[in-house]
Design a protein around this ligand. Structure first.
Ligand SMILES: Nc1ncnc2c1ncn2[C@@H]1O[C@H](COP(=O)(O)OP(=O)(O)OP(=O)(O)O)[C@@H](O)[C@H]1O
Length: 250
């Protein structure tokens, strides 16, 4: 049985169809990359997996059953099961909170067992950050360190699934590397879904990938095979355009 899956999901914003019969499934410990042009529906898939929104038809299944977003108890459990990491650590961390509060608040909010301070120290260490980070504000950290704090915050819940939406695209090359190393480490234990425009990062982190074109999965399979010999014309065009795009800021 899959750990998390979408089965034949249709989704619209108002009258605008966004996803058309999307199916995908992840087993425990697997990592899946999602590649597609801007607007193809990648973030919408993550929102559905988080239970922030519901399919029009089809289902999201998580931890062995259909995700009922109307059930408070189920959603509370789901927030422990799956955690997100967003693109921009400059906006995803509250600048008025010290790291201690950023890392201890989810503990109470998610009604987690154990000691909040000890858990904050645990995830800080997992994120490769010094213990004295707890007494500092986000502004005292580089972009890469902030993203590692955001990842540490996601780990407080001890989630089974981590959803990362362009987790390094807002970072410069120097700080990007350490975040990728951290995600690589985490992907050995966690199930990771990674949305990224950066083929190199998808290739490094995700043995399997899907390609999304205007809300349809047009290609799915082993990342190495798809990158070596993309079958769908859209994948061929997308890979050609991404390979010619400068990935780093000057
Ligand atoms: N809240 C919303 N209301 C209406 N339309 C939306 C909303 N959020 C997203 N959309 C539209 O849904 C489509 C898919 O958006 P989504 O963010 O899932 O794409 P994406 O592939 O993640 O794009 P990007 O790479 O630019 O983040 C886009 O056309 C977008 O404009």
């Amino acid at each position: 049985m899959s750990l998390i899956s979408l089965k034949d999901v249709q989704f619209s914003y108002g009258d605008t169809p966004i996803l058309h019969g999307v199916s995908l499934a992840l087993e425990q410990g697997e990592s899946l990359g999602i590649l597609g042009e801007s607007g193809s529906g990648k973030s919408t898939i993550l929102r559905l997996m988080l239970g922030l929104t519901r399919p029009d038809t089809g289902v999201v299944e998580a931890d062995g059953s259909v995700l009922d977003t109307r059930s408070r108890a189920r959603m509370q459990a789901h927030r422990r099961f799956v955690q997100p990491v967003f693109q921009d650590p400059y906006t995803s961390l509250d600048p008025r909170m010290k790291v201690r509060r950023i890392l201890t608040e989810p503990h109470a909010a998610l009604d987690l067992p154990g000691d909040a301070e000890a858990e904050a120290a645990r995830v800080l260490e997992a994120g490769g950050l010094p213990a004295d980070s707890l007494d500092r504000y986000p502004r005292a950290f580089s972009g890469g360190q902030r993203q590692r704090i955001a990842i540490a915050r996601a780990l407080i819940a001890r989630p089974r699934v981590l959803l990362a939406d362009e987790p390094v695209s807002a970072l410069d090359l120097a700080t990007k590397v350490r975040v990728i190393e951290l995600l690589t480490e985490l992907s050995r234990e966690l199930t990771l879904v990674l949305v990224s425009h950066d083929i190199a990062i998808v290739a490094a982190l995700c043995p399997r990938m899907i390609v999304l074109q205007q809300g349809r999965v047009v290609e799915a399979g082993k990342t190495a095979a798809i990158l070596r010999a993309p079958q769908h014309p859209y994948t061929q065009r997308l890979l050609a355009s991404l390979q010619h795009m400068p990935m780093e800021s000057p």
